[in-house]
Design a protein around this ligand. Structure first.
Ligand code: BGC
Length: 397
């Protein structure tokens, strides 16, 4: 009897001991699985990491926010990336000996400049194979001639992966044919605040300038694909409206001051205009504001390529709906606020990651929405009087 009791007691003790052991081990395992904010390679399921270890460097811990990258980076499946590289530069000595790159438009047969827009959405690894001569970060430059400009092509972005894939696959071929030194930046607005297209452009500008000596900036919607090679992605001595004729609008310019879609600025013009405004949350107004900055602050007029050249296809499918129209856009636009008080110099953002994918550099940020009351107080904007209602006299039946 005594023997049996002792056996039962020992048996119960062993079970309790084993359970405690199990609990301690699982707790330890869970602890080890927590991903360090700086350890992107643990995110293998979401992003396939390049095997080229010579190019992979750890990002500086101070450079990114403390939130784990796993929750913040849009999951671009099958897209390879590296971290914290330097964009490759042409060898300065050899570079000097090259002739200037000259993409000449001389042929009378204009049909040779028409681009066949590819409409097939390939996975990122296939797009990377199509453009295997591109350097990390979506950077490319001609190898046998000298470019006069260094172009940063900046895209504002949120959750439009199909558009992005189509855009990248098409734009790389286009820009390479024009023999440009270019890099593609995708500025992703993380979170659910109202989209701020213009502030994202400023972020792209500020971050790009830390990486390379860019002197030409093209601000681009992700759903527009150029259709003619004569639409050269270079900057001139005046800001250029590039997307003049879009298929969605029957290749007609909607109104004479339209400055949306795609625009090109030299470094000095962009800085001179104090960049894009940051105060337009949601759809509309920011491009019209930029038009006013060019005329009022830069004291310049915009330029455009001819309508038969500046042609674009708009990718319209894939369930994209524009953001909510900003009800305050006209109040801000027509307020004549001081452009020195808003723009590049007031662009605030929380930088989460900078990731050098094979076909683009992604800048992932959160912007904090400013309420209209705060904007109007900061910029001294008074609400416009509502338009007078026209009295309608109802006719008697
Ligand atoms: C908006 C612009 C937009 C244009 C064309 C204007 O009312 O303010 O942002 O680009 O319409 O759609």
């Amino acid at each position: 009897m005594f023997y049996t009791r002792r056996t039962v007691f020992v048996f119960i003790c062993s079970i309790v001991f084993l359970q405690a052991l199990y609990y301690i081990i699982t707790l330890q395992l869970k602890k080890n699985q927590t991903i360090s904010p700086y350890d992107l390679t643990s995110d293998k399921e979401k992003l396939s990491v390049s095997n080229d270890t010579t190019l992979i460097q750890k990002i500086e811990p101070s450079f990114i926010s403390t939130t784990s990258i796993q929750t913040l980076v849009p999951s671009f499946i099958k897209a390879t990336y590296v971290l914290a590289i330097n964009l490759t530069r042409p060898d300065p000595v050899v570079f000097k000996s090259y002739p200037v790159c000259n993409f000449s438009i001389s042929n009378n047969d204009t049909s040779i400049y028409r681009v066949t827009v590819s409409k097939t959405i390939h996975p990122f690894d296939v797009i990377e194979k199509h453009h295997d001569d591109i350097d990390w970060g979506g950077h490319w430059f001609p190898k046998t001639c000298r470019t006069e400009q260094r172009l940063a092509l900046i895209i504002c972005y949120r959750n439009r992966e199909f558009h992005l894939k189509l855009f990248l696959d098409n734009i790389h071929s286009f820009l390479k044919q024009q023999q440009l030194d270019y890099t593609i930046f995708v500025v992703n607005q993380h979170g659910t605040d109202q989209f701020n297209r213009a502030a994202l452009f400023n972020v792209g500008f500020l971050e790009a300038m830390k990486l390379y000596s860019f002197d030409c900036f093209i601000f681009h919607d992700v759903d527009l694909i150029p259709e003619d090679l004569r639409n050269v992605y270079k900057c001139g001595d005046r800001p250029r409206h590039m997307s003049v004729a879009v298929d969605k609008f029957n290749y007609k310019l909607l109104y004479s001051t339209l400055f949306g879609g795609v625009t090109a600025f030299s470094l000095s013009d962009f800085v001179g205009a104090n960049g894009y405004p940051t105060v337009y949350w949601g759809w509309g107004g920011e491009d019209d504001d930029m038009y006013l900055r060019v005329s009022r602050k830069l004291k310049k007029s915009i330029t455009r390529y001819p309508i038969e050249i500046a042609r674009y296809k708009m990718i319209r499918t894939y369930n994209h709906t524009s953001g909510k129209a900003n009800p305050h856009r006209h109040d801000i636009l027509y307020s004549k606020y001081d452009y020195n008080r808003d723009g590049i110099n007031t662009t605030r953002y929380n930088l989460h990651e900078l990731v050098f994918y094979k076909t683009f550099t992604m800048i992932n940020v959160t912007l904090t929405e400013e309420r209209f009351e705060q904007i109007s107080a900061r910029l001294n904007i008074t609400k416009r009087k509502p338009a007078k209602k026209i009295k309608t006299i109802r006719r008697k039946a």
